[in-house]
Design a protein around this ligand. Structure first.
Ligand code: AMP
Length: 551
């Protein structure tokens, strides 16, 4: 960095560090609440102290600047404490996706070089099952969730229990200053290839993301605003893209926060009602699950604003939610973007229109938020016409996009080809610069918010023995958003059945190679797999032919 011309030597150069997000609420919202399920309530003052104790406890466990500390917890006040304490001592927080197949989990723990794992009691058996294969992890801390008894933990020696460690540790009085470009968080995205890829974010990026998201959400006077008087509850797991970064925004705004633990529909619905939750975000599958749960009967939803992202917001779901009084709208982002990219902004005029008229806007992918440059480009790199018809790939620039995939130079350069971050999402743009995602270039199937790599499934299916050729595509599904469909050409003379194919896939799920979502696979026997002019599998043609197949 060039020295600042005119800067007096004593002037403090303020680094953009996560610790500063904590400052505002403790100054003026110290009695505001952070609620954990139906069991615990903390004031911001207590939260602040717990973060400071955790920082000391981690340091006493030998964690230093640059070390990686992993978290395996449901959504909780503890996780929020980790969001702050781990990066504030200069360490990197690895948010483990517990839904990954065990083999992928082992890969990510090893790749991230996790030194310490904070693990909720529910995941102790999972850790036990992979213990011999994550030798780099030096220590484990148990999160016993205030239960009286501890889960049996053969083979794992815990360095302590979370609450006991916090009780013993003196609150850290001052957090260190360091370069704002220090890595703060990391997590993995399972994309096209079998191996998960690590995205990472620095302090500077997370602070700017928090400012960008806060400014956008708080400046909307009508519709999807998020203000000091809101009550926030995430329903996007905290291991997934910082729960869209909103826990940082909520803390910065000093709003009441509610963390629901494991997602159980009647618990979520009762928290929404009892704690008077006004602002949440989730994938479409989760919202549909909540609205259809018996506990939803008779609930008053009229104060609830919900941002839907992670997948397109279907018009039918939006119509149902609006009909129940929910202020529903779409947002867009991805693991590589921290994640906030765009959001629907409804004007007062929009809100005076009928539900039917509002649906078109509420289900679009929105307009880019502040500091985000969003272009839709054709294969030559030129912007497509803003006519809501011409489609192209969304490419981005913003201060909070991952600067690459950690330790993966090849995929990193591909992601940033030409200096713009390639989303592999296909969209059309309107002349008001709002976009609608219409397709995906990436070869993945998104099942209820979780990725399944079609290439990995194809490899596994091809090893079945009686399969000549196979292609896996996404099939629209009301409950899951998408489910995988295998288009299968069988070998001459083979007597393959869908059941046999499924048994083969199930074997890989049971062995922990494929995630559980893979058992939703449907099978379509075909005579030949369509090819493009250069001989590649033509997934678009397959989708057009079979995407309405019933399996
Ligand atoms: P992830 O990295 O798992 O968060 O997934 C990000 C991907 O989900 C994006 O690249 C899109 O393909 C998809 N996605 C996210 N939000 C939307 C949206 N509002 N509409 C359509 N697709 C979306």
């Amino acid at each position: 960095m060039e020295p600042i011309s005119g800067k007096t030597p004593s002037a403090y150069e303020f680094p953009l560090l996560i610790k500063h997000i904590l400052k505002a609420p403790i100054d003026y919202r110290r009695d505001q609440e952070i609620v954990y399920r139906d069991s615990k309530r903390f004031s911001y003052r207590e939260f602040h102290e717990r973060v400071a104790r955790l920082a000391t406890a981690l340091t006493e466990l030998g964690i230093k600047k640059g070390d990686t500390v992993a978290v395996m917890d449901w959504d909780s006040n503890r996780y929020l404490e980790c969001y702050f304490a781990i990066p504030m001592i200069g360490a990197v927080m690895h948010m483990i996706n517990m839904r990954l197949a065990p083999e992928q989990l082992i890969y990510t723990i090893d790749h991230a070089e996790d030194q310490l794992i904070l693990v909720h009691r529910d995941f102790v058996p999972l850790i036990q099952s992979i213990k011999g294969r994550i030798a780099g992890v030096k220590r484990f801390v148990l999160m016993n969730d205030w239960e009286a008894n501890r889960p049996p933990a053969q083979g794992i020696e815990f360095a302590g229990e979370y609450e006991e460690l916090l009780a013993k540790a003196a609150p850290m009085e001052e957090y260190p200053d360091f370069d704002e470009n220090t890595r703060a968080t990391t997590f993995y995205t399972t994309g096209t290839t079998g191996l998960p890829k690590a995205v990472f974010y620095t302090h500077r990026q997370l602070v700017l993301h928090t400012m960008g998201a806060t400014a956008t959400l708080a400046s909307i006077r009508s519709g999807p605003g998020f203000h000091g008087e809101d009550v926030y509850m995430p329903i996007t797991p905290m291991f997934h893209v910082h729960a869209w970064g909103i826990p940082y925004v909520a803390t910065f705004l000093g709003v009441k926060q509610v963390y629901p633990g494991k997602y159980v529909p009647d618990m979520l619905n009762s928290l929404i009602e009892k704690e008077k939750v006004t602002f949440s975000h989730c994938v479409p599958t989760i919202l549909a699950m909540l609205l259809k749960d018996p506990s939803a009967k008779g609930m008053d939803w009229s104060k609830w604003k919900v941002v839907i992202g992670g997948a397109a917001l279907p018009k039918a779901l939006a119509a149902m939610a609006l009909g129940m009084g929910i202020d529903i709208f779409a947002g867009y982002g991805m693991s590589e973007t921290c994640p906030f990219v765009s959001i629907d902004r409804l004007t007062r005029e929009d809100l005076s229109r009928s539900h039917e008229e509002q649906l078109e806007k509420r289900t679009r992918t929105g307009t880019a938020i502040g500091l985000m440059y969003l272009r839709v480009i054709d294969p030559k790199g030129n912007d497509v016409k803003r006519d809501n018809k011409s489609s192209g790939e969304i490419v981005l620039r913003a201060p909070w996009l991952t600067m690459g995939y950690y330790k993966d130079a090849k995929n990193s350069e591909k992601l940033w080809e030409g200096g713009w971050m390639h989303t592999q999402d296909v969209a059309v743009m309107n002349d008001d610069r709002s976009v609608r995602i219409t397709d995906r270039l990436k070869d993945v199937v998104k099942v209820g918010g979780e990725w399944l790599s079609s290439l990995e499934m194809e490899d596994i299916l091809a090893s079945q023995g009686e399969i000549e050729e196979v292609a896996v595509i996404g099939l629209a599904d009301e409950k899951w958003g998408e489910i995988p469909l295998a288009c299968v050409v069988q070998r001459a003379g083979a007597e393959l059945t869908a059941h046999k194919v499924m048994e083969h896939v199930k074997g890989y799920v049971d062995r922990g190679v494929l995630p559980r979502e893979a058992i939703l696979l449907r099978v379509q026997f075909v005579d030949a797999i369509d090819k493009t002019s250069v001989g590649k599998t033509d997934k678009l043609a397959l989708k057009a032919k079979y995407a309405s197949a019933k399996g």
